[in-house]
Design a protein around this ligand. Structure first.
Ligand code: HEC
Length: 173
């Protein structure tokens, strides 16, 4: 009985401390205040496992179609390059102030599967600046972006630049 009473008191005290913390405003919500190591570990496990779980049954279309990557480039240039950069292209000021900072995709996505790239682009990532493009884009458009992203890790700055020059006046309708 005594043990049960002690356990209940401990829980009540912890709940009380949690609410005091919640209402005190003590926590720094600013994007300039990084998470501690434990929070970072929890978030990264939650993110990696969630993305893997939700994306593993997605069926991948043939991504080796050059027209798909070409269409994907136009959307990447319009919507992604500011935050994620590209070979030879710097990230913008919004990216510099975000926490977590958007990774330079051409370096970071090497180990991500096409399913994962598709799922992330379609659904976004909660509590980061990564938007969901599913509400505004069809699956076909998102696969085009994935087809282009898959080419990024092997692309040189001059290759990216030449695609940009070739498409200078082309806009996404
Ligand atoms: C406003 C900034 C912003 C824009 C615009 C944006 N992203 Fe992101 N993106 C982020 C952030 C921040 C993360 C990192 C999230 C994290 O650390 O969990 C991210 C993560 C990702 C990842 C996971 C990368 C990895 O290495 O794990 C992919 C893939 C991605 N974005 C694709 C895209 C695509 C494709 C577009 C354009 C259609 C896009 N993003 C536009 C901010 C942005």
């Amino acid at each position: 009985m005594k043990i049960l009473a002690r356990a209940l008191i401990t829980i009540a005290v912890l709940v009380l401390l949690f609410f005091i913390f919640l209402y005190s405003g003590f926590y720094n919500i600013g994007a300039t205040s990084p998470h501690n190591k434990l929070t970072l570990w929890v978030i990264s496990k939650l993110k990696d496992n969630s993305i893997e779980h939700h994306s593993n049954s997605i069926i991948v279309p043939n991504l080796n179609d050059t027209a798909m990557a070409a269409a994907g480039f136009l959307r990447y240039r319009e919507m992604c390059v500011g935050c994620h950069g590209a070979p030879g292209v710097k990230q913008n000021e919004i990216a510099a102030g975000l926490y977590p900072k958007p990774p330079r995709l051409y370096k970071s996505i090497v180990d991500l599967t096409p399913q994962e790239l598709f799922w992330i682009t379609k659904n976004g990532i909660k509590m980061t600046g990564m938007p969901a493009f599913g509400p505004t884009h069809t699956d076909k458009m998102i696969w085009n972006i994935v087809a282009f992203m898959k080419k990024l890790p092997k692309m040189s700055a001059s290759e990216y630049h030449s695609i940009e020059v070739k498409n200078k006046l082309r806009y996404v309708e």
